[in-house]
Design a protein around this ligand. Structure first.
Ligand code: SF4
Ligand code: SF4
Length: 747
């Protein structure tokens, strides 16, 4: 195994932990110029029962880490109750990601920790008040947050870490920030590259995005903290090609599942109705770390729509590996609903109708701007557009399922119902009442000098914060009858549950054109691929699968245990015709993929017209290097590994191996610069593991296959390589384990 930093193994375990991100608010007491979430902020808190249901549902589906997020989660008046609910529901870790200002109030901090909060991620964006306050648009925020952080460190119970949105305004001060907070005792840093969502793009695109190559010295100095004993540095959303030298810090690709989870409704619109994400634009996507995922998705959609593939891959274990589709962000649901209505209206207007879009055909409370360029992809007919407008007018609707109607764990819910709002152990109104400084940032993002300093904390003799602190908040009553503060004037602590409405889909020509939902069998019957690639435990399982695809003439097999196949082929080799073409399940067997060199040798010994693909690994190295001549039917292939640690343990040192390999064996999935020869391309393959149970692409399954097999990266140097336009580079986990160094441009 290559020497991986000790932290890499820990980080991998953490990245594979099943997390439940739960939004508490659509509001924040800061106004960060890079806020990704600003478009969702309407000054409300999320419905308490919805939150409870999501916390319990995630736990029921196996999540072990609960992450309370926002908006700003700590301004929800039931924050402490949600922590307590999470603990009683059995989460191993209860974390919050926060601007940390509420934790400046010692009583609030203590109440949250007593309730079971085990990790606090403080969002700090500068080494000092000048930079931080300017970036978060709130004077005094830094001092409050640092006070909260120091209080948490002094308490000693929670894991304390810092996340930083790295942008043009702070990248040069990043080393200073790391030094400042390391000196305070912080040992974990999550560095998040700025991305083009929310206010970061609508207001900050000119000032936040920076040239990563030019800023490399500052970034490397900050990344170097990862090599200090006991210090953990996580990199999130950084383009991998800029992390040469720190490839083990490249974000675990499985975290993309969480990103998809947070936008699942928007992706569903794309996959089911061809409505593009409203952020889809080249100028924008070039700043986005999700670009490979979105680009590849477009390719897969096109291949499926045009049925442009020669090989259909079926994995018998795919369902077992599919991500569990729990959780999500209600903001994505709102956004998708608004987007759908907007597109229907645009289609109608594009057809020359003069009618207006009824206000009530938009879901309540959302006013997201949809860039016009994202609507260019629409090519509906005039009839469709007219019908779309008519439908918008008629406003035929269905309601989305009420999340509160979902099955809830009675025990934990009962606990919650009794525990509501008593954030102060004594039953006093907690310090959450005292809303931190309200945003008075000027539109330009500057902090005006008149901004009042954060309210001083005046703790009473009993340790309670007197309600007179800060601006007096209107008091309201919770559902359980407890006294609740509103978080800020005009904001209801628990507004009525939101009701989300969508137009009735499938009810006429106005519907966005839904893709036909073909399951794998129907797809094979319609597309008539040349070959079926079956991934199965053994021959019996493969034959059972193959029987479902009678129209596909050829077969490729990748079996975990190929023993029965080899025995069958041995027997067959004495009985096949002169062409030596074996047949399995009534299909011509053309390719067998094996990981064991002994199995490859046995197959190559048989006089059969059959390609034998050996997956490259350390176990295969000795046998391959001993070959005097290339067996004519042998092909080598570099597999994509699911984990960084697997890659470090199993992969060959590819440059050294190919330098030593004498016979000119064809190679797949290894770039020309490493193999010393251009890779042999596979014919187009469509992977049925990306299809949902009812047919059609499903975003979680797509993302999983993208991570496992489609996520390839190249180095910055590749721009000058003669193979650049055809080369895919290497799978992300190979690069995370072995680095970019072997990628050297071919003249
Ligand atoms: S790459 Fe995808 S998620 Fe990122 S901005 Fe573009 S469309 Fe949006
Ligand atoms: S494009 Fe990059 S990875 Fe591909 S052959 Fe060239 S240098 Fe190697």
């Amino acid at each position: 195994m290559d020497a991986l930093p000790a932290t890499a193994v820990q980080h991998e375990e953490a990245a594979h932990e099943r997390r439940n991100w739960v939004r508490l608010t659509f509001d924040c007491n800061d106004r960060c110029v890079f806020c990704l979430d600003a478009h969702t902020h309407d000054g409300t808190n999320r419905d308490r029962d919805e939150i409870k249901a999501q916390i319990l549902d995630g736990r029921r589906r196996g999540a072990t880490r609960l992450i309370l997020s926002g908006g700003e989660p700590t301004i929800h008046p039931n924050f402490v109750d949600f922590v307590r609910l999470g603990r009683r529901a059995g989460y191993r870790k209860i974390q919050t990601v926060t601007n940390g200002r509420m934790f400046a109030y010692p009583a609030f901090l203590r109440a949250a920790l007593d309730a079971g909060l085990s990790e606090i991620t403080f969002s700090i964006h500068g080494p000092n008040a000048r930079i931080h306050d300017a970036l978060v648009g709130t004077k005094g925020a830094f001092d409050e947050e640092v006070k909260g952080l120091q209080g948490a460190l002094a308490d000693g119970r929670p894991v304390v870490n810092i996340d930083v949105c790295v942008n043009r305004g702070n990248v040069k001060q990043l080393p200073e920030l790391m030094a400042t907070f390391t000196a305070m005792g912080v040992r974990e840093f999550d560095l998040l590259h700025v991305i083009p969502f929310g206010r970061a793009y609508s207001e900050g695109r000119e000032v936040l995005f920076y040239d990563l190559e030019a800023m490399r010295p500052y970034l490397l100095e900050a990344f170097a903290y990862a090599r200090r004993p006991g210090v953990h540095v996580w990199l999130n959303r950084f383009p991998p090609q800029h992390l040469e030298g720190f490839e083990d810090l490249i974000q675990d690709p499985h975290k993309l599942i969480e990103e998809v989870r947070g936008r699942k409704e928007e992706y569903a619109l794309l996959l089911e109705h061809d409505i593009p994400l409203d952020c889809r634009a080249p100028e924008r996507c070039k700043h986005c770390y999700l670009e490979p995922l979105c680009d590849h998705l477009d390719e897969v959609r096109a291949a499926l729509a045009g049925q442009r593939f020669e090989v259909l891959r079926i994995d018998a274990g795919a369902e077992h590996h599919a991500p569990v589709a729990y959780g999500g962000d209600p903001a994505s649901r709102q956004h998708a609903a608004a987007r759908l209505h907007r597109v229907l209206a645009e289609r109608a207007l594009a057809a020359g109708l003069s009618g207006h879009v009824p206000e009530d055909s938009f879901e309540d409370g959302f006013s997201g701007h949809v860039p016009e360029d994202s609507l260019d992809a629409w090519a509906g007919t005039a009839d469709e557009a007219a019908a779309g407008m008519a439908e918008a007018r008629d406003a035929r609707r269905v309601e989305l399922p009420d999340p509160r109607a979902t099955d809830r764990g009675p025990g934990a819910l009962a606990v919650m119902d009794h525990d509501t709002t008593s954030t102060s152990p004594s039953g006093h109104v907690p310090p959450a009442i005292s809303s931190p400084v309200l945003d008075t940032t000027s539109p330009s993002g500057h902090v005006p000098p008149a901004i009042s300093s954060p309210a001083p904390v005046t703790t009473g003799p009993a340790g309670h914060v007197p309600p007179a602190i800060s601006s007096p908040a209107p008091v309201t009553t919770s559902l359980s009858g407890h006294v609740l503060p509103a978080t800020r004037p005009g904001v209801t602590a628990n507004p009525p549950p939101r009701r989300f409405r969508l137009p009735l889909l499938g009810a006429g020509a106005s519907q966005p054109p839904a893709r036909p939902r073909l399951d794998a069998r129907a797809l094979a019957a319609a597309a008539r691929p040349r070959a079926l690639w079956l991934v199965a435990p053994d021959l019996a399982a493969a034959e059972a699968l193959a029987a479902d695809y009678p129209e596909v003439p050829e077969l490729e097999l990748e079996l975990a245990d190929p023993a029965a196949l080899i025995a069958r082929l041995s027997h067959m080799s004495s009985t096949t015709g002169p062409e030596g073409q074996p047949s399995i399940a009534g299909k011509r067997l053309v390719r067998v993929v094996v990981a064991d060199p002994a199995a490859a040798a046995a197959l190559l010994d048989l006089p059969l017209d059959l390609e034998v693909v050996l997956l490259l690994s350390r176990a295969a190295e000795a046998w391959l290097l001993a070959l005097e001549a290339a067996p004519p039917r042998l092909v080598l292939r570099q597999p994509a590994r699911e984990r960084l640690t697997e890659s470090a343990e199993l992969d060959l040192d590819l440059p050294a191996f190919f330098a030593a390999l004498r016979p000119p064996v064809p190679v797949e999935a290894v770039p020309a610069c490493i193999a010393g020869r251009p890779p042999r391309e596979r014919p187009p393959v469509f992977d049925a593991a990306q299809l949902g149970p009812d047919g059609g692409l499903e975003i979680f399954r797509y993302a999983r296959r993208f991570i496992d097999d489609g996520f390839h990266v190249k180095s910055l140097r590749c721009k000058t390589c003669s193979h650049e336009h055809v080369c895919k580079g290497m799978h992300i986990n190979y690069v995370r384990a072995h680095g970019f160094a072997a990628m050297q441009p071919v003249p």
